[in-house]
Design a protein around this ligand. Sequence first.
Ligand SMILES: [Zn+2]
Length: 516
Amino acid sequence: MRALANALDTGRIHHAYLFTGTRGVGKTTLARILAKALNCLGVDGNGGITSKPCGVCAACKDIDAGRFVDLLEVDAATNTKVDEMRELLETAQYAPVSGRYKVYIIDEVHMLSKSAFNAMLKTLEEPPGHVEFILATTDPQKLPITVLSRCLQFNLKNLAPALLATHLAHILETEKIPFEPAALDMLGRAGEGSARDALSLLDQAIAYGAGEVKAVQVATMLGVLDQTYLFSLLQQLANGDAKALLAGIAGLGERSVSFELTLKDLAGVLARVALVQSAGADAVEGPDALRIVEIAAQLSSDDVQLFYQIALLGRRDLALAPDEQSGFTMTLLRMLSYKEGAAVNLESAPAVKPISTGISEQMPANAAPSKAIGAVPDVVSYATLSAAPFDGDWPQFVAAQNMSGMAGMLARQCEFKSFDGGVLELSVPDQHKHLAEKPYQEKLKASLAPHFGGNVKLNIKIGGAGDVSLAATEDRARLQSQADAEAAIEADPFIKNLQQDFGAEINRASIRPAQP
Ligand SMILES: [Zn+2]
């Protein structure tokens, strides 16, 4: 910026400037300062072009207030039409009304259409002496070379976290708002190089802390903010919506978040989801507990284990990726493609047609709910058997071993083929073939060793219907207990009364089997 200041002080004025840098870094703010510098009249009204606009003359004040007639600001993101551009540029031929220069600030200039660029180019090629163009963009690569070559370009660097924190401290001191420096450090980092983002986070922090900015509260606030995008990523994974997922990742890229940290946080959230799935909703606390429980209900526990594993591996390999965002994108797409596609979805099972009016809404608030209308659990538990030697019943064997993690994931989907004392032959259906990858096999082999001996060889083939795996057995049991629960509800005399006396309808999708 010293180069810009020197140029102004020595009167070497270029007629078109281009400010580049990430969003919120201060491009338009700088453009307005430059507009003031060019038009400042000085404290005494006799000033000239200066690198230090006075801020008190009519020109400076009018520019600050956004009513300086010779400053025209356009947001190209909303005014891309060539007609609007042409209209705007036609005014360039008229001399400024009150200022020295007629200043055009065009923000997000890369958004202009090609014809709008051409219209602008004509003026850029032969600019009237009193015209100043100040273009700003986050994306200079998208500008035509003909425009680039006519501009003096300044790249605004991202603001370092410490610099942002100092800036915030200065504001708070002026406003006499108490703060803890550690809180500002966090806000400075969270600003990700953008003064605008840091300021808006500071505003939220002041509101959140009821007039104070304290470290503990800011940590909580930022934590909550962070998890909002983590949850929407998980939601898109649960929905299997690749398009929304990619759009979400692109959004993160624009905010230049650290993808490495995002993967770490994602694994943290998945760990809490797994906790809820195995120990119930009470296992998590905090402002986001409800969202954790929601996600836990939408993902199978296998998927959660898998996502967790993939997140850790993705984070480890991030340094090898062409760039962080690609590495992150591939990691999430991997989750999506390895997600259980064939999981039984009770809502879409043909026998279960949801009816619009939920019975829970129709029930009097003090009525004791029927035992069958439990909230979440749909887990079928198997009696834990002793570590007996393998007797040929693979599903029962797997259930008895209570295998977890990758070994359990593979074992649950496998069908038994044969065992000749040395080689255990299994098959895994095509839609779960990713589970036959080496790391899964090695884990399974290790956990089988106590029963089959350390030298057991695994031979896992891809294919088969998969209907005698533990997973399939459990799915059938789940469907059966669902059908039982629905039958029990329909036979319940209390429910029958509700139907007769209040016209209640049963929302079958809301029926869940009671926990055994
Ligand atoms: Zn001034």
